[in-house]
Design a protein around this ligand. Structure first.
Ligand code: TIU
Length: 225
């Protein structure tokens, strides 16, 4: 057993490392690189790249502590049977999920764009959760996996802050997990939405969870027994 205190907003939080996992949300080429889903939605994907270096450090430190690392990927089956029509048709033809792009069919499992970027690639023995929605708990076995392993606290990183990260934070909170967001390892396609999403998570005494950063996490972990 090793308990540490992480400085965070709105309060510090004490966590037992054996009960704590890192969830890396959707660090996929489709969101971070040109020619994928993020860009097809009209976004500047370069705004997400600042997450890569701090997240690499966090993943390394968490692996060194033998803590659980879980990666997620948003995407759909090749026949699109798991993609609601509303998600398919909301954008003009030529920019839709399942259409051909420079990295293969957009947001389709198995295509190049659906893959996690090399810089934060999962190790062969790490869990990768494929999810059809934004919230990583929606139509996945993430909750079962976490509860089977006795996980109570989730360190959450990845992209994007206001979409898949914040919905996963909300989903975690409803299921009885403490969601602790690593702000410098998370980004949105708009800085004001990034800040607003973090503000909502930590408001009202931490209504959805806690906001911290990689440096505060490293400081806490350096005090671990
Ligand atoms: N992973 C994730 O956040 N999916 C999105 O669609 N994000 C957007 O910001 N569009």
């Amino acid at each position: 057993m090793s308990t540490v205190i992480i400085q965070a907003e709105p309060t510090q939080i004490e966590v037992e490392l054996n009960e704590t996992a890192l969830i890396v949300i959707d660090m996929q080429k489709d969101f971070l690189q040109h020619g994928g889903y993020g860009e097809s939605l009209g976004n500047n994907v370069d705004l997400l790249s600042r997450t890569i270096a701090p997240l690499q450090e966090v993943i390394k430190v968490i692996r060194d502590k033998d803590m659980l690392v879980i990666h997620t990927r948003e995407g759909h089956l090749p026949d699109l049977s798991d993609c609601p029509a509303t998600k398919l048709t909301r954008w003009p033809k030529g920019r839709r999920i399942g259409e051909q792009g420079p990295m293969g069919r957009i947001l389709i499992r198995g295509e190049e764009g659906h893959g996690i970027i090399d810089e934060v690639a999962p190790l062969p023995d790490e869990l990768v959760i494929d999810k059809p929605g934004k919230n990583a708990f929606y139509k996945t076995n993430l909750e079962v996996i976490l509860k089977e392993r006795g996980i109570v606290n989730l360190l959450i990183a990845g992209v994007t802050t206001d979409v898949c990260c914040s919905t996963t934070v909300s989903g975690a909170n409803d299921r009885g997990f403490n969601a602790i967001v690593l702000a410098d390892c998370m980004a949105a396609y708009d800085e004001s939405r990034h800040k607003a999403a973090l503000e909502i998570i930590k408001a009202q005494g931490g209504i959805f969870g806690w906001v911290t950063d990689s440096q505060k996490l490293f400081h806490a972990l350096s005090k671990a027994a």
